[in-house]
Design a protein around this ligand. Structure first.
Ligand SMILES: C[S@@+](CC[C@H](N)C(=O)[O-])C[C@H]1O[C@@H](n2cnc3c(N)ncnc32)[C@H](O)[C@@H]1O
Length: 272
């Protein structure tokens, strides 16, 4: 590569924009990954200088993903997952966590970033008893997502809808609550929503994201804890409810002995 990229992998779609930072690639950089470009690293470093805790938020959110999937595949007995805004593959992707508990788990991943498509092979490494699929689609087009997911998931049986770091990608003008309602309406009773997003609880993070939005292809929209909690309207919250993302059933040694609050909010809710 001549642009300072350290990405590697199969055929490179010409659609990959290396002129502006993209959220999947900046997130990958913050998580210590190599699937990003110079422009993503510059933007990531700028945020890190202003708000170093962003790296911990990224790690904490990934560990929440694992904790939520373990709960859903374990105690809740869920065998199907729809993971929207998947991100670039990293350790412990949804199917790997779920299939360690229930090898028959079926997982559909959705993202709109062409680089995630390039690396999707790592998301398609299902064990033979289960299945995974990857759909390139925009969360603002829930009907396309639901139609494509139905190739792999049985919509008469419970599904875990994983929405981590994705609602914040949508400005209010896109009506994220309506998009979520459409997705949840398609799921049967006994399905779950697991969601985590950045909160507007730090003036420094608010400023860092304002600058990120000026320097990236997309934009991120921090919301108040109350508005993030509002995404769970109509669902029965699983204990401990909607909390700071580090505090949802913390059981991962990597978080340290007593996790402290982060500027991100999460929860898991069951569709009655
Ligand atoms: C912050 S990353 C979160 C990745 C992963 N869910 C996690 O929590 O580690 C956000 C992801 O959402 C994807 N994304 C952003 N806007 C999207 C959209 N409109 N439709 C689908 N995916 C989108 C990005 O490409 C990126 O992979």
């Amino acid at each position: 590569m001549t642009d300072g990229s350290s990405t590697s992998g199969p055929a490179w779609p010409s659609r990959i924009d290396t002129g502006a930072a993209h959220s999947a690639r900046v997130w990958n950089y913050l998580l210590g990954g190599k699937d990003n470009y110079a422009v993503d690293r510059q933007t990531g470093d700028m945020i890190l200088r202003m708000f170093p805790d962003i790296a911990r938020i990224a790690r904490v959110q990934r560990s929440f993903l694992a904790r939520a999937v373990r709960h859903l595949a374990g105690e809740a007995g869920v065998r199907q997952f729809l993971d929207i805004g998947t991100g670039l593959p990293t350790a412990d992707n949804t199917h790997q966590v779920a299939q360690r508990i229930a090898p028959e788990s079926r997982v559909v991943y959705v993202d709109n970033d062409p680089l995630v498509l390039v690396h999707a092979q790592a998301l398609l490494s299902s064990v033979p008893a289960g299945a995974t699929d990857y759909v390139e689609a925009d969360v603002r087009d829930p009907d396309t997502i639901l139609e494509a997911a139905a190739r792999t998931l049985d919509f008469t049986r419970p599904i875990g809808l994983m929405m981590l770091g994705i609602m914040g990608q949508l400005p209010d003008d896109d009506d994220p609550r309506a998009i979520l309602r459409r997705l949840l309406a398609a799921l049967p009773s006994g399905s779950y929503l697991a969601l985590s997003d950045g909160a507007d609880t730090s003036a420094t993070l608010n400023e860092a994201i304002r600058i990120y939005n000026r320097n990236s292809a997309g934009s991120y929209h921090l919301r108040s804890p109350e508005r993030i909690a509002g995404f769970f309207a109509g669902l029965e919250l699983v204990e401990p409810g909607v909390v700071t993302t580090s505090m949802w059933r913390p059981d991962i040694p990597a978080l340290g002995p007593s996790p402290t609050e982060v500027d991100a909010i999460c929860g898991v809710g069951r569709k009655p």
